[in-house]
Design a protein around this ligand. Structure first.
Ligand code: MN
Length: 731
């Protein structure tokens, strides 16, 4: 990929666009031209052209923006201090303090204090910070820098592929957004297109050739449209200048990429600009256009009434033409147009032509300064580069450590955020801060370029006030998270105590406090340490109801295991641990044709539910149940004692559980308890109420299907008015 090699513009050609410059200014610029030419004499650029060509091209961009003579002179001299033996003092003596100061600004901007290990984002942050500081002093420095970058991008073809990529990326990340912020659209678009050409050469070439292919056809169409619009407006007595608007390659690509539409649908859009001389006329023209063609809903924007952040003003609309094509129209005054094209530089253009526009300029700069140093209320935890890419100036603040390292924080950040950013421990121990050598309060809002020294205590932790959103002590989520974490750790001890109380209460309520240890509960929750369990309960991560469910499940398993060990099928109606009974009242093992026998599981073969089984009528111990393949059965000498048995229907198993409820007696209490039981569809087998000095004790016996159901029932009971406690009666 080549680049544009320019031949050296003569002084006269350089300043040709400056029609109203004084003789004094011309002489001044001419001296700078001659001074620069001799200072750079013999130096060549990579393209082979004389180095001074670059300086003149940069100056030419300043001329096109109608900048003042000091800026043009400084542009001509912008590289002399860095690349030749000329000093700033000489520039000040030979030209002016103004010129020396501008060149110094540009030179400083170019010097990156880069260490080998500095990351790309740190470099960008550093550059941005410098840019902001320089701009705060004199925005003309930035304009020269942008022009310098623009010309370097125009001639980027001569650089190595690596530096092409790096420069293109920097341009996309920093310089194009900067131009946009300053409102200089021309520059922004050219920078974007040039950068895009290197960052995505395939797409660039594709779009460029598509544009070229249809240029003639499109130009003809637009020319007709322009003519038509002009005469239409004229018929209404509106004097206007209408022009076709060329689309920029990068903006076409972004539209294709963002809206995921093909080139055709974007390219079919025709775009014109209408310029008139007053705001009132803008709206008249708009009315006329909207009356002639159907406006597209949602495409109208009034940036005159509500200018964009960078003071861009215009009316935007889109209408459907007779042939179905879309026409985009921008309507603005000549002055708005100049501001849109020149951005902050419009200030000098107007100064040159003697027009008053200083107020606008000051407002614009003031706005930029505010963006820089006012803590905006944006809660930003996204990565720095994302923030940089989306909006250069917004939302970030750059401060220094005493050693000169840059700390990048969201706007509104405080010394506490700064401290946590450096190190968690420094954050915890932060007790005060000095900014630029002066003590500040901890809710001080950091400004760009602040040098921050954190004052720490030897030990101790953060203050709870820091988390109070009513005080703006902390801005970053990162710091908030660290402070919370610290308190969580501190609170853990208290939470363990609370958790222990809660667990004890729950175990008591379930009537298992004598049998179930904390360690056992911990193992139920897969928690390694009992303290972890207690802390989790204390913090509310484990709810008491979960504990109840788990414990009852455990008990159920234990009871089954025990029953099997004892060779005994659990029998009905025995108080807890829960005993199984089947719904119809028969035992877990149904003995066919023999009525209710006492059944015992044989120890020799340990039959388990599901095994094919057979019963053996013992002498006085009921029926013992064996597996069919048990050797004792196979070798049985008294086959007449064998009896057919089957496993009970396990699906309908219920547990008979005695529950005790204590309450201050009141009217309707029994009915309320009954309602809860009914709601849970639980069978109440037995009720017994005793009242002693106004305290009623209900002893209920219930058939419970699941442990969860019991837990739910107990909580519901406890929530009834006047109920003191509801618990399962311990075994
Ligand atoms: Mn340069």
């Amino acid at each position: 990929m080549g680049g544009t090699v320019s031949t050296l513009l003569s002084f006269e050609d350089l300043i040709a666009p400056l029609t109203s410059t004084s003789i004094h200014d011309r002489r001044f610029i001419k001296r700078a031209y001659e001074f620069g030419e001799s200072a750079h004499a013999g130096q060549k650029r990579k393209s082979g052209e004389d180095y001074f060509v670059h300086c003149v091209e940069v100056a030419r961009i300043m001329v096109d923006l109608h900048m003042d003579s000091a800026t043009i002179a400084a542009a001509l001299l912008h590289d002399v201090v860095e690349d030749t033996s000329v000093t700033l003092e000489e520039l000040e003596q030979d030209f002016s303090e103004d010129v020396a100061h501008l060149v110094a600004g540009v030179t400083k901007l170019d010097q990156f204090p880069l260490h080998e290990h500095t990351s790309k984002s740190q470099r960008e942050a550093e550059y941005l910070r410098k840019t902001l500081l320089a701009m705060n002093q004199d925005v003309r420095v930035i304009l020269i820098k942008l022009a310098d970058r623009l010309h370097n991008m125009r001639t980027l073809g001569y650089m190595s592929p690596e530096s092409q990529q790096r420069n293109a990326q920097e341009t996309m990340d920093i310089f194009a957004p900067l131009a946009s912020r300053l409102g200089i659209w021309q520059m922004k678009w050219e920078l974007e297109d040039l950068a895009f050409r290197y960052l995505n050469p395939e797409k660039y070439r594709m779009i460029a050739s598509l544009i070229d292919e249809r240029r003639a056809e499109r130009d003809k169409y637009v020319a007709k449209l322009v003519e038509r619009l002009e005469s239409m407006l004229k018929a209404e007595g509106i004097g206007a200048e209408v022009s076709g608007r060329s689309k920029h390659i990068y903006s076409i690509w972004r539209k294709m990429d963002r809206k995921d539409v093909g080139f055709d649908s974007i390219f079919d859009v025709r775009a014109v600009r209408v310029m008139v001389d007053s705001v009132t006329t803008c709206y008249q023209a708009l009315g006329l256009i909207h009356n002639t063609w159907r406006p597209i809903t949602g495409e109208f924007d009034d940036y005159i009434a509500a200018p964009k952040d960078n003071f861009y003003q215009s009316l935007h609309t889109a209408v459907i033409l007779e042939d179905g094509k879309t026409l985009e129209v921008q309507i603005r005054t000549y002055e708005m147009h100049a501001h849109a094209e020149y951005g902050v530089a419009a200030h000098w253009k107007y100064k040159e032509s003697g027009l008053q526009s200083d107020q606008n300029f000051e407002r614009r700069l003031q706005h930029l300064r505010e963006l820089m140093d006012v803590g905006r209320n944006v809660d930003d935890a996204t990565e720095y580069l994302d923030a940089l890419r989306t909006d250069v100036f917004q939302d970030r603040v750059y401060a220094f450590t005493p050693r000169g390292d840059i700390i990048d924080l969201p706007a509104g950040a405080t010394p506490i955020d700064f401290a946590y950013h450096i190190h968690t421990d420094i954050g915890h121990r932060c007790r005060g801060a000095k900014v630029n050598g002066k003590l500040v309060s901890l809710d001080y809002v950091l400004q760009v370029g602040d040098r921050v020294e954190v004052l720490t205590a030897r030990r101790g932790g953060p203050s709870r006030d820091w988390l109070n959103p009513n005080h703006n002590f902390v801005k970053t989520k990162r710091a908030v998270a660290k402070i919370r974490h610290w308190f969580r750790r501190q609170d853990r001890d208290k939470m363990i105590v609370l958790g222990r109380e809660m667990l004890d209460r729950e175990l008591k309520r379930l009537g298992v406090d004598q049998r179930v240890s904390h360690d056992q509960v911990a193992s139920l929750f897969d928690v390694n340490k009992t303290d972890d369990l207690l802390a989790q309960i204390g913090f509310g991560d484990i709810h008491p109801q979960h504990i109840a469910t788990k414990i009852l499940e455990l008990e159920q398993r234990e009871a089954e295991r025990k029953a099997e060990e004892e060779n005994r099928i659990p029998l009905s109606m025995t108080p807890s641990p829960p005993r199984k009974t089947s719904k119809n009242g028969s035992k877990g093992v149904a003995v066919q044709g023999a009525g209710d026998f006492l059944t015992v599981l044989a120890r020799c073969c340990n039959p388990a539910p599901g095994d094919p089984i057979v019963g053996y009528i013992t002498r006085g111990r009921g029926v013992s149940v064996h597996r069919e393949d048990c050797s004792n059965i196979l070798n049985c000498k008294e086959p007449e004692r064998l009896i057919e048995v089957t496993w009970g229907d396990t699906d309908t198993e219920r547990y008979v559980v005695p529950v005790c409820i204590k309450a201050y007696d009141r009217k309707g209490l029994m009915r309320d308890i009954g309602t809860v039981v009914a709601e849970e569809q639980i069978n109440m087998l037995d009720v017994n109420v005793r009242t002693v000095s106004n305290v009623a004790t209900f002893n209920l016996t219930m058939e419970i299907e699941t442990a969860a159901q019991l837990s739910r029932l107990l909580s519901k009971m406890e929530r009834l008015p006047n109920v003191i406690e509801a618990k399962r009666v311990g075994a």
